[in-house]
Design a protein around this ligand. Structure first.
Ligand code: HEC
Ligand code: HEC
Length: 302
């Protein structure tokens, strides 16, 4: 029987073909990625009335530390941090948002503050990376104003950080959606509907509606999933908050879990759950959250 031996020439042609296809796919992917990364967004914003007094600053501080979780990424001194850095994938840096050396907000207008926080668009018109602005899009005007007034009052921190950037592999993988499936939305401005007006916020109170408002800006949906039924991100997986186990908790159990990071059975809730920050919410805020969590079924919040 004659064996068919592919000649060296055929093999090398095939290899060259495969390499060529892979290179072309890579180039096309990075062209697509670059277009998305460098896209310009023209977003007109309405600046809420910024009235600075000590009560407003206290409210803004509470929002930044305990509710909106700015501290999760920008740090308790708001001086920023490198969140991740791998040569091939890229570098993700939460900026220094103080007026110190290395801070990016020194030249900010009030409109810049509103555009970065609620639209994910930087002063240069490009999308911010990974900044969860879509969560803050429907923040009440008074809350947004308090947050901005507080941030402007933060003591300067001198910390120079390298800029965020996409690596070669990061650019090739971005259009495949693989990165965003594990990390969540990377091109922040793509996830915001820039043209619709903000949803009017509910009045403050111990209500399901106010709990839902808090859950959104406190980012509970970001980790626990759009309907709070558990996150799909990298381990540790954020728990299903609608499970029978959690539903059996009392309101006090929930408040203790949030304040001290311990479940009713005494087991610890790990540091991947930012209870150190969110546990600083007021009793009424936590009670509103609990009402919302107990009010199944949940609408899906992207
Ligand atoms: C999950 C992490 C995360 C959280 C939470 C977060 N940020 Fe950011 N933020 C980032 C990252 C990452 C960047 C840098 C984006 C970039 O380099 O494109 C950023 C950038 C910024 C910028 C600077 C934009 C510029 O000019 O480059 C401001 C201002 C800002 N965030 C404010 C806030 C405020 C206020 C909050 C809370 C309401 C907040 N961030 C919550 C991750 C976060
Ligand atoms: C940055 C991601 C993240 C955010 C934001 C977040 N969580 Fe969690 N949460 C987790 C993770 C991860 C766990 C599981 C931790 C563990 O098992 O050690 C968890 C666990 C919990 C638990 C314990 C449930 C159980 O029995 O395991 C509760 C309650 C909870 N989160 C409520 C909330 C609420 C309410 C919010 C919004 C105010 C919130 N979380 C925001 C990641 C997050």
């Amino acid at each position: 029987m004659a064996t068919v031996k592919p000649s060296l020439r055929v093999i090398s042609l095939a290899l060259a073909g495969i390499t060529g296809l892979a290179l072309t796919a890579g180039v096309v992917s990075s062209v697509v990625a670059n277009r998305r990364i460098n896209r310009q967004y023209a977003v007109a914003v309405v600046v809420p009335v910024l009235h600075s007094d000590s009560a407003v600053i206290r409210r803004g501080r509470h929002l930044a530390l305990a509710v909106a979780g700015c501290v999760d990424c920008h740090g308790y001194d708001f001086g920023g941090a490198v969140l991740g850095d791998t040569p091939l994938l890229g570098r993700l840096v939460a900026d220094n948002i103080t007026s110190g050396r290395g801070g990016v907000v020194a030249g900010y207008t009030d409109a810049d503050w509103v555009r970065t926080i609620t639209h994910g668009v930087g002063p240069d018109g490009r999308s911010l990376l990974w900044m969860p602005s879509r969560r803050f899009r429907d923040m009440a005007d008074a809350d947004l104003a308090a947050l901005i007034v507080f941030l402007k009052s933060v003591p300067p921190v001198d910390r120079e950080l390298p800029p965020s950037r996409f690596g070669l592999l990061g650019r090739v993988l971005l259009p495949t959606g693989i990165l965003e499936r594990t990390m969540g939305p990377l091109i922040a401005a793509e996830w915001v509907d820039h043209s619709r007006p903000p949803v009017p916020p509910p009045p403050r109170g111990v209500t399901v509606e106010y709990g839902k408002y808090l859950a959104r800006i406190a980012y509970c949906h970001g980790c626990h999933g759009p309907d709070l039924a558990g996150g799909g991100g990298p381990p540790p997986r954020a728990t299903n908050l609608t499970s029978a186990a959690v539903r059996a908790w009392s309101e006090d159990d929930f408040i203790r879990a949030m304040r001290f990071g311990a479940r009713p059975d005494g087991t610890r809730i790990g540091p991947a759950m930012p209870w150190v920050s969110r546990g600083q919410m007021t009793d009424d805020e936590l009670r509103a959250l609990w009402r919302y969590i107990r009010s199944a079924p949940h609408d899906s919040l992207r």
